[in-house]
Design a protein. Structure first.
Length: 689
């Protein structure tokens, strides 16, 4: 059972998907060959898509290459075959030997990649009498069936050699497609007929059944049981108010004729008419433009839609032009009494909302606490169709009352209504709203909100930039070999790096407090001479000290170089930045170098003295003086062993008391000199004592 869109291939939206799935079907080796339609039809979708090989002997029940459509049937069932473009053509009544593979690209299992040979002509399977309920159940899908009904419409599409009928049957409507037929047979519409053909289906993209179709091989399969009138417009005229009224004989299912004046037409097809006794909505497939005031003769089938009488599958004939009808001026309370459905009315209302939909414009109005909608076709609205909320509008159009069953679903009541206007000219502005409308208020609020969001976003971005820049500065400070300290104009700590804290051994309580006064006191306490340092700090608080360099000697022997810069903000001192570099090792190396140079000079002078002076006591005295000066000590001496080597006597010296030289004897065992002579190595007297 296949949809018209799929089987006729008239819907380009579904062709590509169906063809792709069908063409991708591949038969898997090892699968059994299916030899009856029933075996194919009972496959689950996933199984059907596996591509079982099929070999059948079936009778062709319908074929057309326009869609294309090919239906076949055997004693077990019927199904649709995916006829390939430019493939071998078939004729109804042919018995064929058919081979292919199973597929299910959409609604039901099919046969794809068909190849067949004609065995002989055979009689068509007997058509099964079917009801609408049976056809809609899909149990007789693709089978040849027979139905009776009244032909509601007949249409021949240009370029299509089939005749398309709308057939009303008990329980619903069947779309009939009659192959190889040109033109509309006179008197076919409104005839009661018996039709035999293959039962098909109309389904949507979700593969859900939404309608029933019948594929008929030729006009020979259509039997006219009751012929319709040859000239439909020769029917007697009926009053609109008398349609669908009670009659003992029952309502006729055939067409009726009415005369009326056109109230409105929409999209060049359906329209509303009035004959003085009532108003009527006309559904027609006939194209052509009508204007309000035109007099028309309309023939159609009386039905109902949304709890209102309508004329369906209608045709009409123009009878002349006239003055546009005058709309009825009414209030909303009168409409809900149900007397003005499908009438041309005019009423006023205050605009509360508007919406632009894909194919129409919608306005929401209210009058006396009653809210109703006004809608207009998007093409008829035009570009200047703009009304502001709060506007008082006068609207002219067709009144469409919405009804529903209430209570025990026995009472019909009017719950709301809407106005369908014919053009933008049917909406007239009576009173413009105040400039300060809700729309403008919302716009201002929106602008302020966006501005606020923008400011907050800028603050957020700026904060992120500041944090990023701060992190760069922090990383730079930490990567330098110097200790950095930044103070503000009140000697409060702005920042420092870890190198500074380590160099000055800043305690945790000062780090936590970030008190500049405590910090400066801690720094001064570590200096040998803190006075110059503190004086410099006091001067930098009141005057600019440019490029100040200084050397700080600490009590523990370390030496720091200080570089201090004053910061100025707006012409005022805003703080200062100090950099401290530990140069202790460099200073020690410099002192050691100076000492080595001095020692070498002393050695040279001693050599010169030894060459120039012949007196031993003078040479020793001057030599000891140079040694004491070079070593920076207060004492130096030359000692000599006395006989027996148990005592020592000072022969020459520097810093000794008068009367000591050459006289005082020192015990060898208890003296530093004796210890040095014994071990033959330099002696640090502090280590000895």
């Amino acid at each position: 059972m296949k949809t018209i869109a799929m089987r006729l291939r008239s819907s380009g939206l579904l062709i590509a998907a169906a063809c792709a799935l069908a063409s991708g079907q591949v038969s898997h080796p090892g699968l059994p060959v299916l030899s009856s339609v029933e075996q194919v039809r009972t496959l689950a979708p996933d199984e059907a898509r596996r591509g079982y090989p099929v070999h059948l002997q079936v009778v062709v029940t319908y074929f057309d290459k326009v869609a294309p459509n090919l239906f076949v049937q055997d004693s077990t069932g019927a199904m649709w075959v995916d006829w390939p473009p430019n493939g071998q053509e078939a004729e109804p009544g042919q018995l064929i030997d058919l081979q292919g593979i199973t597929a299910q690209p959409d609604f039901a299992p099919d046969i794809a990649r068909p190849v067949w040979r004609v065995l002989r002509q055979a009689p068509l399977p007997k058509a099964q009498r079917a009801s609408m309920e049976e056809m809609a159940s899909t149990s007789i899908d693709s089978k040849r069936v027979e139905v009776e009904g009244i032909v509601r419409s007949a249409e021949q599409i240009p370029g299509d050699n089939r005749l398309h009928l709308a057939l009303d049957v008990p329980g619903g409507r069947v779309m009939v497609h009659l192959a190889k037929h040109r033109g509309v047979t006179e008197g076919l519409v409104d005839s009661r007929v018996r039709v035999r053909g293959a039962c098909g289906a109309i389904f949507n993209r979700e593969n859900q059944l939404v309608g029933v179709a019948l594929f008929v091989p030729s006009l020979a399969d259509v039997s006219v049981l009751e012929t319709g009138p040859a000239d439909a417009f020769a029917l007697p005229v009926r009053r609109i108010a008398g349609l669908q009224k009670f009659t003992v004989k029952g309502l006729r299912p055939h067409r009726v004729k009415v005369l009326g004046v056109v109230l409105a037409q929409f999209l060049g097809r359906n329209f509303y008419i009035s004959d003085g006794s009532g108003n009527l909505y006309v559904e027609t497939g006939q194209t052509g433009w009508l204007h309000p005031g035109d007099r028309v003769e309309v023939v159609g089938f009386v039905g109902y839609s949304n709890y209102r009488a309508t004329l369906q599958d209608a045709i009409y004939r123009f009878r002349g032009s006239g003055s546009p009808p005058t709309p009825l001026t009414i209030q909303t309370s009168e409409i809900l009494e149900g007397r003005y459905d499908s009438a041309l009315i005019t009423l006023e209302g205050r605009l509360t909302a508007s919406s632009v939909l894909p194919h129409e414009r919608l306005l929401i109005l209210n009058q006396a606490k009653t809210v109703f909608s006004v809608f207009l076709d998007g093409k008829a609205a035009g570009k200047n169709f703009i009304f502001h909320e709060g506007s008082l509008l006068r609207v002219t159009g067709i009144c469409v009352v919405d009804r529903e069953l209430v209570g025990s679903y026995e009472n019909l009541t009017e719950r709301s209504f809407k106005i369908r206007v014919r053009s933008a000219g049917d909406i007239v502005l009576i009173d413009a709203p105040s400039w300060w409308t809700r729309e403008r208020a919302l716009s201002v609020m929106g602008i302020l909100t966006l501005a606020t969001i923008g400011v907050l976003a800028w603050v957020f971005i700026l904060r992120r930039r500041v944090l990023a820049q701060t992190e760069v500065i922090r990383t730079t400070l930490e990567s330098t070999a110097d200790g950095i300290l930044v103070l503000d104009d009140r000697d409060r700590v702005v920042t420092w790096n870890r190198k500074f804290l380590a160099m000055w051994r800043v305690p945790d309580e000062i780090v936590a407090s970030r008190d500049g006064g405590l910090l400066l006191g801690h720094l001064a306490a570590q200096l040998k001479n803190p006075a110059p340092f503190l004086d410099q700090v006091r001067r930098s608080q009141t005057e600019t000290v440019a490029n100040n360099y200084d050397t700080l000697e600490l009590a523990d022997g370390r030496v720091f170089e200080l570089h201090c810069e004053t910061q100025r903000l707006g012409g005022k001192i805003g703080g200062r930045v100090s950099g401290y570099r530990d140069v202790t090792e460099g200073r020690r190396a410099q002192v050691a170098l100076q000492a080595r140079t001095c020692q070498q000079a002393v050695v040279a002078r001693l050599g010169q003295l030894a060459l120039a002076e012949t007196r031993r006591d003078v040479v020793m005295d001057r030599a000891l003086t140079l040694v004491a000066q070079t070593l920076g000590v207060g004492y130096s001496s030359v000692v000599e062993f006395l006989p027996g080597h148990k005592s020592l006597v000072v022969r020459a010296g520097k810093g000794w008391r008068n009367g000591t030289l050459g006289v005082t004897a020192i015990d060898r065992a208890d003296s530093e000199a004796g210890y040095a002579l014994k071990h033959a190595e330099p002696l640090n007297i502090q280590e000895c004592w």
